[in-house]
Design a protein around this ligand. Structure first.
Ligand SMILES: [Ca+2]
Ligand SMILES: [Ca+2]
Length: 154
């Protein structure tokens, strides 16, 4: 299996989130994202509440640490309660309890992109488990601290 680490685009995410928040205010609607289908192409999306609600973050590329903010400007670290892979082009999106993709010292699971028939691509409630693999049957609420996209699933 080939792991491909992409360069983070934290600044772009911040600008994009700010732009969306500004657009939401301008349009007179709440900036909260209400369903997983709003997760844009090539992003994995996390929300701090179940059912794809509350503060959110659109994650682009792999991150060794969730040191970026969600839409409410609070850290995304240990705050994901629901998750969608939207339409990412990666084959798999891994999420880890610990930073630095630590698959030994903590829980980890993976999700597939939309359209894949090989497994879950989203989960509205991480507290009762979710995704595939190692820790999929365990409580994953408010846990994730790093993520990794894998672009090849040979
Ligand atoms: Ca964590
Ligand atoms: Ca679940």
């Amino acid at each position: 299996m080939k792991f491909v680490k992409r360069v983070k685009h934290v600044l772009r995410s911040i600008i994009l989130t700010a732009a969306i928040a500004a657009a939401g205010v301008g349009a007179g609607v709440a900036p909260a994202v209400a369903d997983d289908w709003s997760c844009p192409a090539e992003y994995t999306c996390i929300w701090n509440e179940t059912n794809y609600a509350g503060a959110y973050s659109w994650i682009h590329d792999s991150n060794t640490n969730f040191n970026f903010n969600m839409s409410d400007l609070a850290s995304a670290n240990n705050r994901a309660s629901s998750l969608s892979t939207g339409n990412i082009v990666s084959c798999r999106s891994y999420f880890f309890e610990n930073a630095n993709w630590d698959a030994v010292g903590g829980k980890w699971v993976w999700f597939y992109e939309t359209g894949s028939s090989r497994g879950a691509s989203r989960d509205p409630m991480l507290s009762n488990g979710g995704g595939n693999g190692h820790s999929s049957a365990q409580d994953l609420n408010n846990l994730f601290s790093s993520n990794q996209y894998v672009t090849s699933c040979s």
